[in-house]
Design a binder for this molecule. Structure first.
Ligand SMILES: Nc1ncnc2c1ncn2[C@@H]1O[C@H](COP(=O)(O)OP(=O)(O)OP(=O)(O)O)[C@@H](O)[C@H]1O
Ligand SMILES: O=C(O)c1ccc[n+]([C@@H]2O[C@H](COP(=O)([O-])O)[C@@H](O)[C@H]2O)c1
Length: 188
């Protein structure tokens, strides 16, 4: 099977992530998209980082009605911070029958040269890049594929700040994720 890996903190997952995953999966030959929840992004120190189990549960709630989507906790059992090359290597070893590729917003691609063993990632895995606001210049490589997808200026930061300020996050996330956040008083 061809699997597209969508790595993220997902703090929390929102409709920006879901629309991108749906758009890329439908317009490529990917059979599945796995949302890999990263316990700790090597570049981010967030005080408002929800517990990884909560972030995983929100991803599970968000993807459960889509046959092509899966939530993955593979990085929970790996060393911190979460280096993508290590996870890719682990998954490629564990599932030799699958072909893995990854998704990346154009904002992340800008800093990609600072990632651990980024040249190894680029050499072995196709990368589907989608536009994020403000990013236009993309490096050229036969493994980098630009997918045109709706450019939604929604961020997890905006959602956390809205919850903290007592504003509604209705329509920004699936209903069940919104309920999960409010019931457990996450980000407040
Ligand atoms: N609105 C969006 N549209 C497309 N991609 C997005 C969007 N928001 C985030 N992404 C991408 O999804 C991946 C995971 O993002 P992440 O979980 O950090 O969400 P975020 O909204 O960017 O979070 P934060 O605001 O906390 O930085 C990243 O590659 C990021 O570029
Ligand atoms: O491997 C690296 O060096 C590396 C550097 C920066 C980010 N990443 C990964 O990129 C993903 C996107 O992170 P985030 O926090 O923007 O959702 C997340 O899975 C991080 O672990 C990975």
């Amino acid at each position: 099977m061809k699997i597209g890996l969508y790595f993220g903190s997902f703090n929390p997952i929102h409709i920006g992530h879901l629309i991108i995953a749906q758009t890329i999966q439908e317009r490529t030959d990917l059979d599945q998209v796995w949302f890999v929840v990263s316990p700790q992004n090597p570049f981010k120190k967030q005080e408002s980082l929800a517990h990884e189990q909560d972030r995983l549960r929100m991803v599970e709630l968000a993807v459960k009605d889509n046959f092509h989507f899966r939530a993955s906790d593979v990085e929970f059992r790996m060393p911190r911070p979460s280096y993508t090359i290590d996870t890719l290597t682990y998954l490629a070893d564990k599932y030799p029958q699958h072909q893995f590729s990854l998704f990346m917003g154009s904002d992340n691609l800008k800093h990609f040269h600072k990632w651990k063993n980024h040249d190894q990632i680029l050499a072995h895995y196709p990368i589907y890049v989608y536009p994020r606001p403000g990013e236009t210049l993309l490096p050229q490589h036969h493994h980098i594929h630009l997918v045109s997808a709706p450019l939604l200026d929604i961020s997890a930061t905006f959602i956390r700040e809205s919850v903290y300020a007592g504003y509604s996050v209705r329509y920004l996330l699936p209903k069940e994720v919104e309920t999960y956040i409010l019931d457990r008083k996450l980000y407040s």
